[in-house]
Write a protein of this length. Structure first.
Length: 218
């Protein structure tokens, strides 16, 4: 696989800004959990979201994707591009309505949370089937060079790179607030709004405005 494993592996989950107050108070829960946000606003492909409740994790004995909270290893995801453009019939949204909730591998491990990760989109096997792992020694199976790409469309020499771009880190059940290490928003106006939410809850979280488009699209 391309690229070396980063010294610090960060995890990125893109959510609707309206979900943030509940997340900052309770953390993140899987759908259907008794403590999950009843008013949670989904983004992205509703069909795929629904299918995750029954689609198996590509690793024996690990249950279904719906048992886990999915994170990506970077920004500029195909899902975000589809939301920005309305491609494939996905509801088009301005990026300023979205926020990345950032965690890290270290935080997840220190909290003793169960997890698996994949080397590509866990539901996409049109070209190659993705595999899942639960040992950090296997992080080199992730294509880190492709994961970091801003432009990842299939090309003649590599028709599989969009699958690899969408490698996921899956946290089982619940991610507590203590595992959130930061938040990323589109611009300074959003940063000010989110910082007010963070301060009002007594949290010490860095809110980053992505003015150089390292995570959101231009």
């Amino acid at each position: 696989m391309g690229g070396r494993v980063p010294d610090k592996v960060r995890l990125f989950r893109l959510v609707d800004m309206d979900n943030l107050p509940h997340i900052l108070e309770h953390g993140m829960y899987v759908r259907g959990h008794a403590l999950a946000n009843a008013d949670y606003v989904n983004i992205g492909d509703e069909t795929l979201i629904g299918q995750r409740s029954t689609f198996p994790v590509p690793m024996k004995g690990k249950g279904v994707l719906g048992d886990y909270i999915p994170f990506y290893f970077a920004g500029h995801t195909p899902m975000l591009l589809n939301i920005k453009t309305g491609f494939r019939g996905i509801r088009q949204r301005p990026q300023h309505e979205l926020v990345y909730v950032v965690s890290s591998l270290d935080a997840v491990i220190q909290a003793g949370l169960s997890f698996v990760f994949t080397d590509g989109h866990p539901k996409n096997d049109r070209i190659m089937k993705s595999h899942a792992f639960d040992d950090v020694q296997d992080l080199d199976k992730v294509d880190w060079e492709t994961v970091q790409l801003q432009h990842w469309e299939p090309i003649e020499d590599d028709m599989d790179r969009m699958r690899r771009k969408q490698a996921e880190f899956l946290v089982k059940g619940h991610l507590p607030v203590s595992c959130i290490v930061g938040l990323i928003v589109l611009n300074d106006q959003c940063r000010q709004q989110v910082e007010e939410l963070v301060v009002s809850r007594g949290l010490n979280l860095k809110v980053h405005a992505d003015v150089h488009h390292k995570y959101f699209f231009p």
